[in-house]
Ligand binder design. Structure first.
Ligand SMILES: [Ca+2]
Ligand SMILES: [Ca+2]
Length: 261
């Protein structure tokens, strides 16, 4: 029995090795599967991401195949990142937006800004670097040349975008982020808050008055910031809705990590 099994396994093994090594055309499909994954991401750093992945599988078991996630640019190793149609709406001038899509493919400013528009459509993009507590800026110089700081983007970040014209920018993925809120100012957003989520509820969900002080949103139709803030333990001010694609300033008194809005 044992010897028979061994012979069969050996036979199978031998055939597959022979067909792989003798017929080079047989080995090519495997290589072809890996090659598109290496060409799809913009950066060389992400090329190894796909090399050991079978395109037919569902690595993170979120219901979308690896192939779907690669072609729609969601993260095939994150269940909270899926193919979906999302967008941001940019008005002429100042915008406070949070990109609802997976940032794996636009993890730096010089990858992100061209997706938002060219030098005739976009003026500049600012990002709050909470590690140094300072804004970083990428902007178009004359001649459609992107310059300034090639800052890092993470899922759930929000950006200040100065646009030269009104634009809708579509994306093919959606990610539900967790926020790592630092003490002081944060600039964040999410496409995954429940439909009835408002600023007052979000304040209470984040923490008490000793943890968080206020949330601000830019009301573009009024051209001003609306503020929800704790006062004597109760949220007061404007109880605006938390909307996909919008960015929010959150002022924290102490840090809260891994918060899921
Ligand atoms: Ca998947
Ligand atoms: Ca996924």
């Amino acid at each position: 029995m044992f010897r028979l099994d061994g012979d069969e396994i050996g036979g199978h093994f031998g055939r597959s090795v022979n067909s792989g090594s003798d017929v080079s055309g047989d080995g090519l499909p495997d290589m072809m599967i890996e090659a598109p994954g290496e060409e799809t991401p913009d950066g060389a750093g992400t090329s190894t991401f796909f090399t050991s992945i079978a395109t037919s599988g569902d690595e993170d078991q979120d219901g979308y195949s690896n192939q779907e996630e690669i072609s729609e640019r969601s993260d095939l190793r994150n269940r909270d990142s899926t193919p979906d149609l999302t967008f941001i709406h940019l008005n002429t001038g100042f915008n406070l937006v949070s990109i609802p899509a997976e940032m794996l493919y636009m993890d730096t400013a010089f990858k992100l800004v061209p997706i938002l528009g060219n030098g005739k459509e976009i003026d500049r993009a600012l990002h709050l670097n909470t590690d140094i507590g300072r804004y970083e800026e990428a902007y178009y110089a004359p001649g459609n040349t992107l310059t300034g700081t090639d800052f890092q983007n993470r899922n759930g970040d929000a950006h200040i975008i100065y646009a030269k014209e009104e634009r809708i920018v579509p994306f093919t993925s959606k990610v539900c982020p967790t926020w790592n809120l630092v003490a002081g100012l944060n600039l964040v957003g999410t496409p995954c808050a429940s439909a009835d989520m408002t600023a007052f509820r979000l304040l209470k969900d984040i923490g008490s008055e000793t943890v968080v002080s206020s949330i601000q949103w830019y009301n573009s139709s009024a051209g001003q910031f609306d503020t929800a803030a704790y006062e004597n333990g109760q949220p007061v001010g404007m109880d605006f809705h938390i909307v996909p694609g919008e960015g929010y300033f959150i002022f924290m008194k102490s840090a809260v990590s891994g918060f899921r809005p």
